[in-house]
Design a protein around this ligand. Structure first.
Ligand SMILES: *Cc1c(COP(=O)(O)O)cnc(C)c1O
Length: 401
């Protein structure tokens, strides 16, 4: 079938929950993707911050193939080697103590919320605990994750969601304090808001939240699903702030394409929250997904991914800043490491569509921000190529200063 026919067939059979770009992707190599017609795209989307190692990494592919030949699924009634290995490596990389593997980011958030509620329940036996989340946050599409997502537009049609959620403003400590009550059991935020427009939490804000949580025995939950796994030049974004969360959610790049997420807890929270029978999953922690995560964590070390991000990110920032200088309609750049956003004074969808037509995959973060979440293995040449395609699209959008 031709690409056009596949798209028509998709429109007849898939539930229409996305307005997709009109291309059918077929294969990947490094930081390039190819559609069915063989057209190449430079990928600065990476499957939404997933494919950190680039496509067709031989060692990663071989590890998965070997695991397929051994064992794909066991259920959690038994132990399996890849899950043990992946948990050990993830603990070492994060400094957290206990791991629960899930199949997605949203499920990692669900588990984190359950752990927080159980922790509070064990303290006072009450069932009216509250969670504080941030406006403009994004935590996933399941009912619990949606309830803490600070975008009323995503939530409205699905009410009632889980109750007792209060919203505060990111980087406005007073707005958090105003929502704290004696029922507050957790404060949840993305260390760097992704979907919401690339807004990093400030050091001051996180430090104050940590102190507040310590003082009131409230759990600090950090969502590292998008900003974690090396993207900021630290394995996890919170590691540059000198604090540690009580619970952390991780997913996206953890499996580099194979669906896997995790929530991690400190020993204290783990031993005072979810116990046998409280939580479970059929697929979570299966050998295939864990073999992927385990290999990803190995490759982060052997390929010096973090060091590479620290080297290449300043160059991306510099080249993006040049665009801010050059084009009036770009207001500013925001971000950390290889999680960057260009903020426009207008909707960015037409610019992104234009870029895709010209062989560059980009995504937005809100209506007016172009988000840059490339594979972590990009080089200066890829950055230059991206900038030159994007600059051409911007030229056509409006004349330069
Ligand atoms: C993508 C994302 C999620 C949801 O992850 P899924 O795997 O799509 O369920 C949650 N939080 C953040 C910050 C994300 O970027």
């Amino acid at each position: 079938m031709e690409m056009k026919e596949y798209i028509e067939s998709a429109e007849q059979s898939l539930l229409h929950t996305y307005n997709r770009f009109q291309i059918v992707l077929d294969r990947g190599e490094g930081v390039s993707l190819y559609d069915l017609d063989g057209k190449r795209y430079l990928d600065f989307c990476a499957g939404i911050a997933v494919f950190a190692l680039g496509y067709h990494n031989k060692e990663y592919d071989d590890a998965l193939k070997a695991q397929i030949d051994k064992l794909i699924h066991t259920s959690n009634y038994y132990y399996n080697v890849p899950a043990v290995e992946a948990a050990r490596k993830l603990k070492a990389a994060s400094g957290m103590d206990r791991v629960f593997f899930t199949n997605s980011g949203a499920e990692a958030i669900e588990g984190a919320l359950k752990a927080a509620r159980k922790y509070a329940y064990l303290k006072d036996g009450r069932t009216d605990h509250e969670i504080i989340a941030m406006e403009h946050s994004f935590h996933g599409r399941t009912m619990g994750a949606l309830a803490v997502t600070g975008n009323p537009h995503y939530r409205e049609a699905f009410e009632p969601l889980i109750g007792n959620i209060r919203f505060a403003k990111l980087n406005d400590f007073e707005s958090v304090l105003a929502q704290v009550t004696d029922k507050t059991c957790a404060i949840l935020l993305e260390t760097i808001q992704g979907e919401g427009g690339i807004h990093p939490a400030t050091r001051d804000f996180l430090t104050k939240l940590r102190a507040l949580c310590d003082e009131r025995d409230i759990l600090l939950i950090l969502d590292e699903i998008q900003c974690g796994m090396g993207r900021t030049g630290e394995m996890f974004a919170w590691q540059r702030y000198g604090i540690r969360p009580d619970i952390m959610a991780c997913a996206k790049a953890l499996g580099c394409g194979v669906p896997i997420g995790a929530f991690l807890l400190t020993e204290h929270v783990a031993s005072h929250s979810l116990a046998a029978g409280d939580h479970g999953t059929t697929y979570g922690g299966n050998p295939l997904a864990c073999a992927a995560a385990s290999k990803v964590l190995d490759l982060f070390e052997s390929c010096h991914i973090i060091e590479h991000v620290r080297l290449i990110a300043p160059y991306l920032e510099q080249r993006l800043d040049e665009l801010v200088e050059r084009f009036d309609f770009i207001k500013t750049r925001r971000g950390v490491g290889l999680l960057q956003g260009l903020v426009f004074d207008r909707p960015v969808a037409p610019i992104i569509n234009h870029a895709v037509e010209n062989g560059l995959l980009l995504i937005n973060a809100g209506a007016d921000v172009i988000r840059f979440v490339p594979p972590l293995v990009i080089t200066k040449e890829h950055v230059d190529e991206m900038i030159s395609i994007l600059a051409r699209c911007l030229e056509e959008e409006a004349p330069h200063k």
